[in-house]
Design a protein around this ligand. Structure first.
Ligand SMILES: Nc1ncnc2c1ncn2[C@@H]1O[C@H](COP(=O)(O)OP(=O)(O)OP(=O)(O)O)[C@@H](O)[C@H]1O
Ligand SMILES: [Mg+2]
Length: 405
């Protein structure tokens, strides 16, 4: 028995010609779309379209459930290439992709759904799809999860209070398909902004173009000192120019970045010597071997051309040479985590929510100031040897962001 949940029902019952539904992930947006399509195509000659960002997506998201839902009412077997279902009532439902939206010209529509609207080219609606509704005075339903202040946000904002338009905004929780425990667990895995966007259907300011948008100079930069009671970590990225690594400590839930090595035209041998130099002052306070957790780039397991040792062998040899000073443990995976996951992880670490005392603080000293500043588009601190012009890392160049945790 198919039944809409109360918030879905609210959207379904709205009589406005144009509706905009902003909802969190797994709210039941696509499920509602299918019911809407069936209703819209329930009379002879009616044509209802479901448009996803791409043809592939339309097929993957909606084709199977659409066929399941409409099976008892098929007039003929569905067309698998055109993704078209003809109903015994004489109406037709088609799935379409907006990846080639110019090719969507030519049909007059009674009803149109634009699912995942934030990912649909902004020109598709005004140039091709809105005109397709004109002769039949068709209706449209825009659906999606927010993606910052983009065309979906503009549409949603402009639609508020407009004649013939209705807007709806629901969280994932209101959809009733995701348990509280699952939502709770997502709050721990995602940084706050991502959680608000994906689960609370909030239009967050994601268009700063910065990867580490959560970085805040005032909150994340401060004095910190080596604490001999805790191990240090060393994170390595084996680029040649620059070769970057961080030295720091994790104490409770806090990550302290004590130092950063940014070496130009460098090699791992040089980085290893530099690590030795930079950690020597830490021995002032203790006679014990220093515990070092080494993290980093999985690509360091392969040999570079003409090299006799891999990058990781070079690092291991360093700790072999200074056996009495360091006790190193290696945490190197066979492959690097996805860039997106790495970035999410850092943003989650940088998040600050003073309201509930939820601080995950990365005070950075010395040159790490530069890296974090650069990421956040802040000016270079005076007196450092780093480049004077700062290039914030734009989202498109996310691969530059190696910070292994
Ligand atoms: N009214 C309902 N009754 C029963 N199951 C439902 C209902 N609404 C949604 N669901 C189920 O909840 C799950 C999520 O629904 P759906 O895929 O429509 O969500 P969505 O908002 O489109 O998700 P996404 O954000 O991933 O696109 C699916 O398994 C769907 O079958
Ligand atoms: Mg969906």
């Amino acid at each position: 028995m198919i039944e809409l949940k109360p918030p879905q029902w609210k959207v379904f019952m709205s009589e406005s010609r144009f509706r905009v539904l902003v909802a969190g992930r797994r709210f039941g947006k696509t499920f509602l779309s299918l019911i809407e399509l069936c209703r819209a195509a329930w009379s002879p000659g009616r044509l209802a379209w479901y448009v996803a960002p791409t043809y592939k997506q339309a097929k993957r998201i909606a084709w199977k459930p659409l066929k399941q839902m409409t099976r008892p009412y098929w007039a003929s077997p569905p067309n698998e290439t055109d993704l078209r279902v003809e109903l015994i009532t004489g109406g037709t439902i088609c799935l379409r992709g907006a990846d080639n939206y110019d090719a969507l010209r030519g049909d007059g529509l009674d009803f149109l759904i634009l699912d995942e609207y934030a990912s649909i080219a902004p020109e598709a609606w005004p140039e091709v799809l809105r005109p397709a509704l004109a002769d039949r005075e068709g209706r449209a339903l825009f659906i999606g999860t927010p993606r910052g202040h983009d065309h979906f946000f503009d549409l949603y904002s402009k639609a508020q209070g407009q004649k013939h338009w209705a807007t709806f905004q629901f969280t994932t929780e209101q959809g009733g398909n995701v348990s509280r425990a699952e939502l709770e667990s997502a709050t721990h895995e995602l940084d706050e902004r991502t959680y608000r966007q994906e689960f609370q259907a909030s239009f967050e300011n994601v268009n700063t173009g910065l990867v580490y948008y959560a970085f805040d100079l005032a909150a994340n930069v401060g004095e910190c000192e080596y604490d001999p009671r805790h191990p240090i970590f060393w994170t390595l990225d084996f680029n040649i120019n620059p070769m970057v690594s961080l030295i720091g400590q994790t104490v409770d839930d806090w990550v302290y970045v004590l130092d950063e090595l940014v070496l130009h035209d460098s090699n791992t041998e040089w980085a290893s010597n530099e690590f030795r130099e930079r950690t020597l002052p830490f021995f002032r306070n203790t006679m014990m071997p220093m515990r070092v957790s080494v993290y980093g780039d999985a690509t360091g397991n392969s040999k570079r051309s003409q090299a006799s040792r891999t990058d990781w062998q070079i690092v291991r040899d360093l700790f072999g040479r200074y056996k009495t000073d360091y006790k190193a443990t290696f945490h190197v995976n066979s492959s690097n985590p996805a860039v997106k996951d790495r970035v999410n992880c850092v943003n989650a670490r940088l998040r600050i929510n003073p309201a509930n005392g939820d601080y995950s603080f990365i005070p950075a000293a010395n040159s790490s100031f530069w890296t974090w500043s650069a990421c956040a588009g802040r000016p270079t601190p005076m007196g450092t040897s780093w480049p004077k012009s700062i290039n914030p890392i734009p989202i498109a160049r996310m691969r530059r962001t190696h910070w292994a945790t």
